[in-house]
Design a protein around this ligand. Structure first.
Ligand code: NAD
Length: 493
């Protein structure tokens, strides 16, 4: 069986451990290929390659902005040329419906194009300064941070890689990258594209392996200037702790349990369909899933009836057959989601639909969970408090706007939120009160390369995408120039 390798200092190499790991197709439980399983020593050699690239050979760092932009555009063009292959890889190891993978790849391509343009836009600023030491001029320049360690999850394999790699590379950093072991295939292909596009050796390094060994080594290394991570809040906390040693910059995109507030004056059919997108898109494996659904009491029964009918009509199958819902990513994730479903039943929530694994015929080989809705939920229930990261929505009711806001904010997370109402002023009031980084009004989940993405509270630190996403990978240097070169007469003697 084919074994996928690390990319270190411009070469495809096996881990010195000789260990491998299977990449599993969640639609049928079969191995797709093997990946080399790296050790801390492999990771350190990738970090060394990135360090040499940034601090010694400086080939990518010193490439001028126009040539950098040309290379990043070439990467985007190659991704476009291999679009169907990249989409198929995401569907094979992640399980998601092919049309969703295709949308992800298109977004990833545009992300590289966006940052190829942005690095040629004006940046920095000039400042008016006081004349205490004589006439002065002050301005800022933006520089790459240095060696960036980047660690990603499995839910949007190529897209999460693009959100990190496109701005970090465009800014001139050197990279050590670790994808999720569940879904590394499209990112491995992306590093082949980097090679084909002519990225200098050592500027982009890929290490395949576990979070505990490879990820931890990256986060703790004194030779890594910055670590950015997308994944669970628990691992994000351990990365913050690891980063303390050399006070490296930290960027964290973490978990969520986002609210969806549905008022009685909404377009009910629209709210039902968006609510489904909100907790079922990508099999519910979305950090920003608005899976805590709060419905105003007067429309509760109508909302639940319509939602139940539509959810039950969803097609479920292999991602390559383009169903509404594919398998969840792995057996472990399936078991985790099923255990939350059992908790919901035990703690007294009303099961409206779903609530089990599909086991008939072909389904039995894969990790398929029937889309699940719980009603009559209360804030103290585990399924309301914790991120499930699977196709499960939980419904509660509210009576007043103030109550809806209180329920929405009753969480340790702050990634996203949605509001449904035809009353524009009410939508804006509620939107402002929800303590989260991404808000949708009369929609849920769309995001754009130019707009900042990130969380409040325990959902993270910093922002990806947009101008903020580039700034994360830059240091800002203040430059002050005396406009006269002679003595200033500060000391009398
Ligand atoms: P995870 O935290 O288990 O793993 C994420 C990555 O971290 C993987 O590559 C993993 O190997 C690595 N890792 C694990 N332990 C590590 C350690 N000790 N040190 C360093 N790295 C380590 O998350 P997951 O299960 O892959 O993804 C699901 C989570 O990601 C959810 O909580 C979801 O909300 C979150 N997520 C957040 C966003 C966002 O933008 N905020 C986007 C996508 C996913």
């Amino acid at each position: 069986m084919d074994t996928k390798l690390n990319f270190i200092a411009g070469k495809w190499v096996l881990s010195a451990t000789g260990r491998t790991r299977e990449v599993i197709n969640p639609a049928n439980g079969e191995a797709l290929c093997l990946t080399t399983e790296s050790s801390a020593a492999d990771t350190e050699s990738a970090i060394e390659a990135a360090w040499q690239s940034f601090y010694k050979t400086r080939e990518w760092r010193d490439t001028d902005a126009q040539a950098k932009s040309d290379t990043v555009l070439k990467i985007a063009s190659l991704m476009d040329a291999y679009r169907d292959e990249l989409a198929m890889l995401d569907t094979l190891d992640n399980g998601k419906p092919l049309r969703e993978s295709e949308g992800d790849i298109d977004d990833a391509i545009h992300c590289f194009r966006y940052y190829a343009g942005l690095i040629q836009a004006p940046h920095g600023a000039t400042y008016d300064v006081n004349g205490g030491f004589g006439p002065m001029h002050s301005y800022t320049i933006h520089e790459p941070v240095g060696v960036c360690g980047q660690i990603t999850p499995w839910n949007y394999p190529l897209l999460m890689s693009a959100w990190k790699l496109a701005p970090a590379i465009s800014a001139g950093n050197s990279i050590v990258f670790k994808p999720s072991s569940n879904c590394p295939l499209s990112t491995i292909r992306l590093f082949e594209i980097f090679e084909e596009a002519g990225m200098p050796a050592g500027s982009v390094n890929l290490v395949l392996g576990s979070g505990g060994e490879v990820g931890h080594t990256i986060a703790a290394s004194g030779k890594v200037d910055m670590v950015t991570f997308t994944g669970s809040t628990k691992v994000g906390q351990s990365i913050m702790a690891d980063a303390v040693g050399n006070c490296k910059k930290v960027g964290l995109e973490l978990g969520g349990k986002s609210p969806n507030v549905i008022f009685e004056d909404c377009d009910l059919d629209g709210a039902v369909e968006w609510a489904m997108v909100g907790f079922l898109f990508n099999q519910g494996q979305v950090c920003s899933a608005v899976a805590r659904i709060y419905v105003q009491e007067s429309i509760h029964d109508a909302f639940v009836a319509k939602l139940k009918a539509k959810v039950e009509a969803m097609s479920i199958g292999k991602g390559i057959d383009n169903p509404d819902i594919g398998p969840v990513v792995s057996e472990a994730q399936m078991n985790k989601v099923l255990s939350y479903i059992e908790k919901g039943k035990e703690e007294g929530a009303t099961l409206v639909t779903g609530g089990y694994r599909l086991t008939e015929g072909e389904y039995a080989k894969g990790y398929f969970i029937k889309p699940t809705v719980f009603d009559n939920c209360t804030q103290d229930m585990t399924i309301v408090k914790e991120e499930i990261f699977g196709p499960v929505g939980v419904i509660s009711t509210f009576q007043t706007e103030a109550e809806a806001i209180e329920l929405a904010n009753d969480t340790e997370y702050g990634l996203a939120g949605a509001v449904f109402t035809k009353d524009g002023a009410k939508a804006l009031r509620v939107m402002r009160e929800i303590r989260a980084g991404i808000l949708w009004i009369n929609c849920a989940e769309p995001t754009f390369n130019g707009a900042p993405w990130g969380g409040y509270k325990m959902s993270g630190i910093g922002r990806e995408l947009g101008i903020h996403g580039l700034a994360e990978y830059q240091e800002v240097k203040q430059v002050n120039i005396a406009l006269e070169t002679g003595p200033i007469g500060w000391y009398e003697n």
